[in-house]
Structures are given as structure tokens and as C-alpha cells.
Write a protein that binds this ligand. Structure first.
Ligand code: FES
Length: 110
């Protein structure tokens, strides 16, 4: 099963008019193309994923299950997502989460 990155750019995440940080969707699409990631790691720029309170939200899915990430506030967080996808694509198995993102994990049921 290929890994999948769902980056929320919905009703709250990425809405600068609501005081939230922009989601660099174009940067992500270009990185996926440049590094030819799509075969191993799918990218979806998504509508609302549910837990809006954690804006900006991203969901990673892989053979290891689901990892929810929230409060992604700047471009370096999204660059770290790209790095995770590159590492996952290159090794063929789910990479460890970059350190920058470890503290951004959350449980949507809490
Ligand atoms: S808009 Fe992103 S979780 Fe709702």
C-alpha cells in the first residue's frame, strides 16, 4: 500500500482571513513533481479533514497506520513533510517522522 499525505487546505486550515497560516499547496505539488514522489507517496491537498481546532492539519497514512499532525505553522513544517515523502519513496518503507514534526502529532479522538 503506498503512503498517502493528506494536507488540509479546507474551511479553517490555510485560511489567512481567519488568522491561520497559509498552506503552501503549490510548493508541495511542485516538490512532488520534482522528486517524482507520486508513485510511492500520494499527495492530496484536501478539504476539511475534521479536527479544525488543530489547524493546520495533515494526515499521513502508511502500512503503519495513521499519523495526525497539527499546528503546522510555517513552510519548514511542509518542507519536512516533503523530506518524509522523499525518504519513504527512496527506501520503499515508511520513514521516521522528521524531528521537526514529532511534537506536532496529535490524537483526533482526544
Ligand atoms: S479545515 Fe482543516 S481540519 Fe478542518
Amino acid at each position: 500500500m503506498p503512503a498517502h499525505v493528506y494536507v488540509c487546505d479546507g474551511c479553517c486550515c490555510g485560511r489567512i482571513e481567519k488568522g491561520h497560516n497559509e498552506v503552501p499547496a503549490e510548493l508541495l505539488r511542485e516538490a512532488w513533481k520534482k522528486h517524482e514522489l507520486a508513485e510511492k507517496v500520494n499527495l492530496t491537498i484536501s478539504s476539511c479533514l475534521g479536527p479544525c481546532r488543530m489547524h493546520n492539519v495533515t494526515l499521513l497514512t502508511s502500512e503503519h497506520g495513521r499519523t495526525w499532525l497539527g499546528k503546522l505553522s510555517n513552510e519548514s513544517h511542509y518542507q519536512a513533510l516533503v523530506q518524509w515523502a522523499i525518504d519513504t519513496a527512496q527506501t520503499g518503507s515508511t520513514a521516521s517522522l522528521p524531528n521537526l514534526l514529532l511534537d506536532h502529532r496529535f490524537d483526533p479522538s482526544e
